[in-house]
Design a protein around this ligand. Structure first.
Ligand SMILES: Cc1cc2nc3c(=O)[nH]c(=O)nc-3n(C[C@H](O)[C@H](O)[C@H](O)COP(=O)(O)OP(=O)(O)OC[C@H]3O[C@@H](n4cnc5c(N)ncnc54)[C@H](O)[C@@H]3O)c2cc1C
Length: 263
């Protein structure tokens, strides 16, 4: 049976998040949280494979305990178990420390045939975590995938990516990391028959630093070489309303002049 791990990040709703200019960090306190939207697309891809071939689908997430009720939504959609990597020592992690910690969790699970991620988070939005995971785990990766299928007999996975003017198919051997393109599918609703099971505590395992036997130099702030050295507000530009009059030919001519002058 296929072993699938889906990396799910809980993020503050983008429209409610503030940036703390003192600490140069996101101030999550006043914002409600949600599952990072492309992670729902990644989960849907995993559940389609579960429906098609049979699979165990585990959810892994690094974050504080208050993430739990949101992660339980993934169980109510059809995932099997949640592994929450949670410890104060993991706080302040950049993508390097995040991928190290997630990779330890996946290794503790005994590895996976497929590791699904969203293509990027709506808060950090680096898109580095899928590639970083593939590096730590030393396995293949296909990023920004629109849809995916496996060939269990061949032991391979094929991902279709949209590119300008068409699409490309990439096939790599299992195990592999796949990141799902945002809005690439319609995530299913929670199954209300399994909701009571999903929201029972037993479906959740919390692993701290000791459980992962994580090296203190690679986690949290000490393991994070990234420094946010400054924050600037993007200047808002005043819009100019220019009405071009004349025949279509004259308008095109004038428009070209306006564009030329603004360059
Ligand atoms: C200097 C610095 C300090 C930071 N300090 C903090 C801090 O104190 N607290 C804090 O919360 N963040 C902190 N961050 C943000 C943190 O680095 C990112 O949240 C994290 O590394 C993931 O990067 P990303 O959001 O760009 O993920 P992306 O690479 O854009 O995400 C792609 C996919 O990876 C997976 N993924 C990403 N993160 C997780 C996760 N945590 N669990 C499971 N799957 C995941 C998801 O599937 C996601 O769709 C800090 C960042 C920097 C640069």
């Amino acid at each position: 049976m296929l072993k699938i791990v889906v990396c799910v990040k809980v993020v503050p709703k983008p429209e409610e998040v503030q940036v703390d200019t003192e600490t140069r960090r996101l101030d999550r306190a006043g914002a409600r949280s949600e599952i990072n939207p492309p992670d729902m697309n990644a989960l849907e891809m995993a559940l389609v494979l579960k429906d098609r071939y049979g699979a165990r689908v585990d959810i892994i997430s690094m974050g504080p305990p208050f993430f739990t009720p949101l992660l339980q939504v993934a169980l109510a959609m059809g995932a099997d178990h949640i592994y929450l990597l949670s410890d104060r020592a993991f706080g302040g992690a950049d993508t390097l420390a995040t991928t190290y910690t997630l990779a330890l969790g996946i290794q503790k699970l005994g590895g996976a045939d497929l590791v699904f991620c969203g293509e990027e988070s709506s808060d950090g939005a680096t898109g580095q975590v899928p590639a970083g995971l593939a590096e730590w785990l030393n396995i293949a990766q296909i990023t920004g995938v629109h849809d995916v299928d496996v060939d269990p007999a061949q032991g391979s996975v094929r991902g279709r990516r949209e590119i300008p003017g068409g699409y490309e198919l990439l096939e790599v051997p299992l195990p592999a990391v796949i990141s799902a393109q945002t809005s690439s599918n319609e995530p299913r609703f929670m199954d209300y028959r399994i909701k009571p099971w999903a929201f029972a505590e037993e479906q959740l395992t919390v692993w701290d630093r000791a459980a992962l036997d994580a090296d203190g130099e690679y986690i949290g702030t000490p393991g994070s070489p990234t420094v946010v050295s400054g924050l600037d507000q993007a200047p808002s530009r005043e819009r100019k309303h220019i009405f071009l009059k004349g025949s279509p030919d004259e308008i095109v001519h004038r428009l070209a002049g306006v564009i030329r002058d603004s360059l």
